[in-house]
Design a protein around this ligand. Structure first.
Ligand code: E4P
Length: 217
């Protein structure tokens, strides 16, 4: 399963890329609004750093505006994936952009029929928002399971990109379900590195090693 970072912050991405675990990045208007500087330049810098799919979202709400903005975003770098919200206009824009060879990530997916429709019009990715569903007592990962089953049944090439991830267990469940991608805030990736038994085990290894060295001198 691929791991994307869910951030528009260059420092966060710079710190994570050398670990070799970042396959791509997703942004959205809320994340980009937190960053200072020209959004176009930030997206370009992210593409240069990651050399993998980088989702940049349109803010137009009519299909013609989405297509025009999508073309502009796609011209920034070949790694850009145009992110479009799941609306009637978003579906129409996805059909046009995908027909031109632009990869589209259909976002704000909260039901299986939405994912099916997005796949039918050629979305490269669908983004089910698991955390936001969990927040309202709906099983977010249950939705991912449904989408994975539907896409497998009809051999859709559309990738299931698990979004709105809140913790490492979302990553585990996404991987077990066979989702293609999990996009994670940096805090969630950091949490995967923490395990008390790893810390205790390493401390013991080093202490035993030091003791053995001291007894030899
Ligand atoms: C990613 O594509 C989404 O925009 C993001 O995961 C949303 O996450 P949130 O629900 O934590 O805002």
């Amino acid at each position: 399963m691929k791991i994307f970072l869910d951030t528009g912050n260059l420092k966060e991405i710079e710190a994570m890329v050398p670990l070799g675990i970042v396959d791509g990045v997703t942004t959205n208007p809320s994340l980009m609004a937190k960053e200072s500087g020209d959004p176009r330049a930030i997206i370009k810098s992210i593409c240069d750093l990651v050399q993998g799919p980088v989702s940049a979202e349109v803010v137009a709400t009519d299909w013609e505006g989405m297509v025009s903005e999508g073309r502009e975003l796609a011209s920034i770098d070949p790694h850009v994936v145009v992110k479009v919200p799941f609306t009637r206009d978003g579906v129409r824009a996805t059909k046009v952009l995908a027909g031109e060879g632009t990869r589209v990530n259909v976002t704000l997916i909260f039901s299986a029929p939405q994912a099916l429709i997005a796949a039918k019009v050629g979305a490269a990715y669908v983004s089910p928002f698991v955390g936001r569903l969990d927040d309202i007592s709906v099983d977010g990962m249950g939705l991912v399971q449904q989408i994975v089953e539907i896409f497998e049944a009809f051999s859709f090439a559309t990738e299931v990109l698990v979004a709105s991830v809140r913790g490492p267990m979302h990553i585990v469940e996404a991987a077990r379900m066979g989702a293609d991608v999990c996009t994670c805030p940096v805090s969630v990736v950091e949490a995967c590195f923490k395990h008390p038994l790893t810390d205790i085990g390493l401390a013991k290894f080093l202490k035993d090693w030091e003791k053995a060295q001291a007894s030899r001198t």
